[in-house]
Design a protein around this ligand. Structure first.
Ligand SMILES: *[C@@H]1O[C@H](CO)[C@@H](O)[C@H](O)[C@H]1NC(C)=O
Length: 255
């Protein structure tokens, strides 16, 4: 796909940094406002804050979640205190290249919001994933929707193996924090005119922090191929997410 704009300048100038600061602040404010007029309940938020602030900084962090509405990211990050809502600390996200990066304006907007273009169908060895790998190598935070699209069905799609690759192939195995959320699709409709609503319940449940370091070391010493490594890791994550979804749905339904 040659129409994709790569949004990140070699060395960002002052204007780019200011633009990014403005975009992140405006989007985060709007997200906080929207979720303040709905009823948000977060379980296990301390696990996210702990992972963000207290992990061994030589290790990156990957968060994964279900994707129920096109605005899950950024709206859900409104649960974070302001000290995390800036270019330095916010997650690196992935955006569908053909949607978010099809013209210069939207490419700049998403790039300044730390969203990286990913071309669906181009597999796990593509520029966007190499970029994510380099960020994890630098100990930073990456968020992934492993289903790679909005999915409101009551079945998980098979997760894409990119997340498995990032865990298997980052020099210092990143930590993984899964979470599930429920109710975002009633806050932000998935169809035009995408009108946000008030008074809806949103429930978020964070799982426990997972460390694949031993698994990866073992697979490498057993000569498991890179392809099988990423498949096995991704399957483990999917199993974890299924359980989390079940728990979160139960909590949400009881509200
Ligand atoms: C939202 O949750 C509250 C309790 O937290 C409950 O009283 C209310 O009925 C729920 N609203 C909806 C729309 O489900």
């Amino acid at each position: 796909m040659d129409k994709v704009r790569w949004p990140f300048p070699e060395s960002p100038g002052k204007l780019w940094n200011v633009g990014s600061g403005v975009i992140i602040t405006v989007v985060a404010s709007a997200s906080k406002l929207l979720l303040s007029v709905n009823h948000l309940k977060v379980h296990g938020k301390e696990r996210l804050l702990d992972a963000l602030e207290n992990r061994d900084k030589s290790r990156g962090l990957i968060t994964v979640s279900n994707h129920y509405c096109c605005a899950d990211d950024p709206f859900l990050w409104s649960i974070l205190p302001w000290r995390h809502l800036n270019f330095r600390n916010l997650r690196w996200g992935m955006g569908a290249a053909e949607i978010c990066f099809s013209n210069d304006f939207s490419a700049a907007f998403f790039g300044m919001g730390k969203v990286v273009p990913v071309v669906r169908g181009e597999g796990v060895y593509q520029r966007g994933l190499e970029f994510m790998l380099s960020k994890l190598d630098a100990g930073e935070w990456v968020h992934i929707f492993p289903e790679a699209r909005v999915n409101q069905e009551h079945q998980w799609l098979r997760m894409k193996w990119g997340v498995g690759r990032l865990i298997a192939e980052t020099k210092s195995t990143p930590l993984l924090l899964p979470f599930h959320h429920q109710g975002m699709d009633s806050v932000q409709a998935n169809r035009p005119p995408y009108t946000p609503t008030i008074g809806k319940n949103v429930t978020v449940l964070f799982g426990s922090l997972l460390d694949f370091k031993e698994n990866v070391a073992q697979m490498i010493s057993n000569n498991v191929s890179p392809r099988d490594q990423r498949e096995l890791i991704t399957k483990d994550i999917q199993k974890e997410m299924k359980q989390l979804r079940y728990e979160c749905e139960t909590i949400h339904a009881a509200r």
